[in-house]
Design a binder for this molecule. Sequence first.
Ligand SMILES: NC(=O)c1ccc[n+]([C@@H]2O[C@H](COP(=O)([O-])OP(=O)(O)OC[C@H]3O[C@@H](n4cnc5c(N)ncnc54)[C@H](OP(=O)(O)O)[C@@H]3O)[C@@H](O)[C@H]2O)c1
Length: 198
Amino acid sequence: MTVLVIGATGEIGRAAVATLSRRYDVLGVSRGSEPAVDITRPETLDALFSTHEPFEAIVVLAGAVPFAPLADLSREDFEAGLASKFLGQVEVVQRGTAHLVDGGSFTLVSGLLSDHPVPGSAAASAINSAVNGFVAGAAPELPRGIRINVVSPSLVSDEPQYDGPFAGYPIAPAAQVAQSILRAVSGQETGRVLRAGW
Ligand SMILES: NC(=O)c1ccc[n+]([C@@H]2O[C@H](COP(=O)([O-])OP(=O)(O)OC[C@H]3O[C@@H](n4cnc5c(N)ncnc54)[C@H](OP(=O)(O)O)[C@@H]3O)[C@@H](O)[C@H]2O)c1
């Protein structure tokens, strides 16, 4: 049985694919893959699901959020972030549920900005919180023993020091985040926010 990873070519996605591949068959996709999957274009999800056997797990490691000072964040900025990282992941769950095996799982992604904002993160912090809330609310409603969790990484980097806007924040190597993703896929928890690195 196969684990679908959406966002497989990203910083976290590459590490997740490497870790999950030791235990599962993995199909990694993104907008640039063949088949292409864009979580903001739900028809691309349906096309993928219609041509594959049910998946054992679906992992989403994609979704963009805007960063800008609050005074500069427009309604369009918020809508774009919500459409991508929030509604994009919601669509994966709603459309993907019928294409998971009994007892399968979803693993979504949020981030520590939900709890620890930095200047410019008002939209990102709100959207990460929305994803966490969605997972808590959706878990009890999923059928057939299907689980759902969200991995919330701290700043992901393989460099031990960072001196940008996140200076002083905890840093997690991508491989450490991948371990939390493996825990979400292979474990028994549901409705949880799995903090990775913080
Ligand atoms: N990196 C961090 O420090 C960090 C920390 C906390 C949370 N996060 C969150 O973790 C997630 C992944 O972060 P990352 O750093 O790994 O990102 P990344 O390196 O930019 O990679 C993003 C991945 O998602 C794919 N992608 C982008 N938009 C997509 C879409 N609309 N539909 C399907 N695939 C899409 C990209 O490939 P294509 O361009 O080919 O589509 C790529 O595979 C993001 O939601 C981010 O907010 C990251």
